[in-house]
Structures are given as structure tokens and as C-alpha cells.
Write a protein that binds this ligand. Structure first.
Ligand SMILES: NC(=O)c1ccc[n+]([C@@H]2O[C@H](COP(=O)([O-])OP(=O)(O)OC[C@H]3O[C@@H](n4cnc5c(N)ncnc54)[C@H](OP(=O)(O)O)[C@@H]3O)[C@@H](O)[C@H]2O)c1
Length: 295
């Protein structure tokens, strides 16, 4: 038996509860992993709230929270290739299996080995924030020297994007609330405090991580526009990020971290017993960088 944080009905944070479960059995394309660290993401509370029924509306309860983890492979499904028991890996979890847990199931094709030098906490942030940033930049395919506005530079995706964009020689500007100034400038971005007035300027591309009214305000500022969270971007002439979720992307981001070219900027590490606090901070929509759960 192992401990997990999940819910038996959709709802607000009050539905969250710890329970014990037997280690889940991996299907043919899955791996059972002992979780060492899990990333905390907005999708975690959106799924718990029942706001994304296409993803988890039909899954049985209890569902366990969390979509990404780093850990050690305990068992592999019969169709999984390239991964072995004992490997240090990072990957995307089977929806509902959860990663705020001592053990979980990761999807074999969306799981990759990680370098020995990479800390578990860093590796746990690769699948969601790390590869989203990579996918956005590959999709934009901007030439060196192009200008990029990141709307919401201080969050998990924003801060990864800022660094990967700098690595590619882009001129980065980012929006955030006042508290995010130091973080943005540390990674070489020009910072725009959105609490001090509206954002102005013209950019080769705009990437939005905020959505809603904020997306609508920045949409006209870029020749190209991509959003990562708000699919209504297509009504504004932009594109939604195309996610690859493949092993190659995970490996590329792991390599960038190991080479010292990407720091996930972890601002809080919580034990599993305090995972609710980490998720509440992300649910406030004003977290900085990444929060992780260390198990
Ligand atoms: N499609 C995908 O596969 C995918 C993957 C990852 C994430 N996402 C989505 O992308 C979005 C961002 O994810 P995340 O992990 O980066 O979230 P996060 O770490 O919680 O960061 C959100 C950031 O948004 C900033 N923010 C809030 N209101 C803002 C505004 N009006 N203007 C500028 N910044 C603002 C906040 O900073 P301030 O305190 O400065 O406001 C915060 O740092 C979420 O909707 C998430 O679901 C999608």
C-alpha cells in the first residue's frame, strides 16, 4: 500500500483527501514508478474541479492529483521499450493515476531517462512546464534576434520560456505583477509590470500563459500569437500550443537542465503531507516559478 492525495468527487480544495492504495498495475504501455518528486501545475486543480471533463470526466473515483513526476522505475508494461527497472526517469502520468503519491503509473512513450546529475525536483518539472516551453518555441520557429513577448513570465511555463528563448538568441520581454520583476530580469528579460498600466509595443511573437482578458489585451501586439492555456486564442487569429508529449522532448529539456541552460526556478518544495499548500498557492494564480512535492 502507498499514500496518495486525491478526491472522491469533483470540487474545491475541500474534496482533497489522503488515502492508501495498492500500487497500481501498469498496463502494457505504462511503467510503475516510485515517485521521488512531483510538479505542481494549474491543470491539477482544474482536473480536481471537474473543469476538464474530456480528460477525467469518465474516470472512476478516487482520482489522484498530479500529472508529472520523476522517480525510479519499479515495473514496466510488456510493450514499453527503452526503459528498465531501476532507471531514473521523468514523465507524464496516466490521467487519474496521479503523482501526489508514493507510487504511480507513467506513460511509457511520454517517459524518459534523466542524467544522474539532475536533481529529482528539477526533473519533475520537465514534462509540463519544460516541454511546453520547448514546444512553443519550436512551433514559433523564430529567427535569432526576433522579439518575443511572454505574457505571464513569472510562472512555471513563463520562466522556462524566457530562458529557452534567450538560449535561441531572442529578445525577451515579459509581463508580470511587481513581485516578478527580479525574476524576469535575472533571466535577461525586459520586464513590464502589468499592475502599472497596459502593455504596449510590437513584437515578432507573443506567447500568452494567462488567458482571458489579459490574452485579449496582448493579442494585437504580436505578428505571431500562441497561447498555452486558453484555447480561445484561435478566435483572435492565434494558435494553441501543439503538444508533442514525446520522449525526445523530455530528453532535450533534461539535457538543457544538465548543461546549466535551463533552471526551472523552484520556489517551494513541499513534503507529500503538505501538498495541499503547494496546490493552493498555484490555484491562487500568482505563484512564482515552480512548486514541487518531494516524496
Ligand atoms: N497546454 C499545455 O500543455 C499546458 C502546459 C502547461 C501549462 N498550461 C497552462 O498554462 C497556464 C500557465 O501555466 P503555469 O504553469 O505557468 O502557471 P503558474 O506557474 O501558476 O503561473 C501563472 C502566472 O501567471 C501570472 N499572471 C496571472 N495573471 C496575470 C496577468 N494578468 N498578466 C501577467 N501575468 C499574470 C502569475 O504571475 P503574477 O503574480 O505576476 O500575476 C503567475 O506567475 C495555465 O493556464 C496552464 O493550465 C498548459
Amino acid at each position: 500500500m502507498s499514500t496518495a492525495l486525491g478526491y472522491r468527487a469533483f470540487g474545491t480544495a475541500e474534496v482533497q483527501e489522503f488515502f492508501d492504495r495498492p500500487d497500481p498495475m501498469p498496463g502494457p504501455a505504462e511503467v510503475l514508478v516510485r515517485v521521488a518528486a512531483a510538479g505542481v501545475n494549474p491543470l491539477d486543480h482544474l482536473l480536481r474541479s471537474g473543469n476538464v471533463p474530456d480528460l477525467n470526466g469518465d474516470l472512476p473515483f478516487p482520482q489522484v492529483i498530479g500529472m508529472e513526476a520523476a522517480g525510479t522505475v519499479l515495473k514496466t508494461g510488456k510493450d514499453v521499450t527503452g526503459l528498465e527497472v531501476g532507471d531514473r526517469v521523468t514523465g507524464f502520468a496516466l490521467t487519474g493515476a496521479g503523482t501526489y503519491a508514493e507510487t504511480t503509473l507513467l506513460l511509457g512513450e511520454s517517459t524518459a531517462r534523466i542524467p544522474d546529475s539532475l536533481p529529482w525536483t528539477w526533473a519533475a518539472t520537465i514534462p509540463v512546464a519544460g516541454t511546453t516551453a520547448l514546444d512553443v518555441l519550436d512551433q514559433l520557429d523564430l529567427p535569432e534576434g526576433a522579439s518575443l513577448l511572454i505574457n505571464g513570465i513569472g510562472g512555471g511555463v513563463g520562466i522556462a520560456l524566457a530562458q529557452l528563448a534567450k538560449n535561441r538568441g531572442l529578445a525577451v520581454t515579459g509581463t508580470g505583477s511587481t513581485a516578478k520583476r527580479e525574476l524576469a530580469t535575472k533571466y535577461g528579460a525586459v520586464f513590464v509590470d502589468y499592475t502599472a498600466g497596459s502593455v504596449v509595443g510590437q513584437f515578432d511573437a507573443v506567447v500568452d500563459t494567462v488567458g482571458g482578458e489579459s490574452l485579449r489585451a496582448v493579442a494585437p501586439l504580436g505578428k505571431k500569437l500562441i497561447a498555452v492555456g486558453d484555447p480561445s486564442v484561435t478566435e483572435l487569429g492565434g494558435e494553441f500550443v501543439r503538444r508533442r508529449l514525446d520522449r525526445a522532448g523530455l530528453e532535450r529539456v533534461a539535457e538543457l537542465m544538465a548543461e546549466g541552460r535551463l533552471d526551472p526556478h523552484i520556489t517551494g518544495t513541499y513534503p507529500l503531507t503538505r501538498a495541499q499548500e503547494a496546490l493552493a498557492l498555484v490555484e491562487s494564480r500568482h505563484a512564482s516559478g515552480k512548486l514541487v512535492i518531494s516524496i
